[in-house]
Design a protein. Structure first.
Length: 240
């Protein structure tokens, strides 16, 4: 058990160093990922709005074509109206004239609506394009800073992680599972705590004398009754 506890102490020291590296990078990783997601979202929205603008233009031009055809027909029917000789012919041409006028009126209303839609979409696309350029620039700046920080410590971090894997492989699975659960749950990342002045170095809760003696022997797996951290004696095992 002593050997397992010594390995846990080494594991805690490695995790402390990894946490320090993470803190040096600050919120850069989160900022970079947030900007990356925003770029993807803005790009998708731009594609949608550009497609809507394209379709609105196509529809407007189609209706403009129908209106022009209706105007030609209207002129033709109006010319024929004075040449009819029967009421039946007059009624038929009048019906065609009204149909052409209806197409023109409805078409012009739709054209005005589509023109307004195109204007709004054009403005939206321009704003999205401007926003896209801004966030892409921000992303490049923050990502370059992050990559620089990673490059400065990548070799050291790789060695720490390699050493961590070796230690984890040698630990009993239940012991590592308990350590990892506490390590991940605590803000300070501390799954192993040294005893200091008769108290847990993690939560500062007092430890009963009998438990203090058990911890000092390093012959068993002793937990803090308050926070669940694994307790070790600093006089027996030196922790950084």
């Amino acid at each position: 058990m002593r050997e397992q506890l010594e390995q846990l102490v080494q594991l805690q020291e490695i995790d402390n160093q990894l946490l320090e590296l993470k803190e040096e990078r600050g919120n850069l990783p989160e900022t970079v990922e947030k900007l990356r997601a925003e770029i993807e979202e803005t790009t998708h929205l731009l594609d949608v709005r550009r497609e809507e603008l394209l379709n609105a233009g196509k529809e407007r031009r189609r209706i403009e074509g129908e209106v022009e055809k209706a105007k030609v027909s209207l002129k033709k029917y109006q010319g024929q109206l004075f040449k009819v000789s029967t009421n039946r012919e007059y009624d038929a041409i009048t019906t065609e004239i009204e149909a052409a006028k209806s197409i023109i009126s409805d078409g012009e209303s739709q054209i005005i609506h589509l023109m307004g839609q195109e204007e709004e979409l054009t403005e939206t696309v321009q704003n999205l394009e401007s926003h896209s350029e801004t966030i892409k620039s921000d992303f490049e700046t923050h990502d370059a800073e992050l990559q620089e920080k990673i490059a400065e410590t990548s070799d050291f971090e790789a060695k720490l992680r390699e050493k961590r894997v070796t230690i984890v492989d040698e630990l009993a699975k239940p012991i590592y599972a308990h350590y990892e659960r506490i390590h991940m749950a605590k803000e300070d990342g501390m799954g192993v705590a040294q005893v200091f002045n008769g108290a847990c170095g993690g939560c500062f809760a007092a430890i009963p004398p009998q438990k203090l003696m058990e911890v000092s022997t390093m012959s068993d797996f002793i937990l803090c009754e308050t926070c669940g951290r694994i307790l070790v004696d600093p006089e027996t095992i030196q922790m950084n």
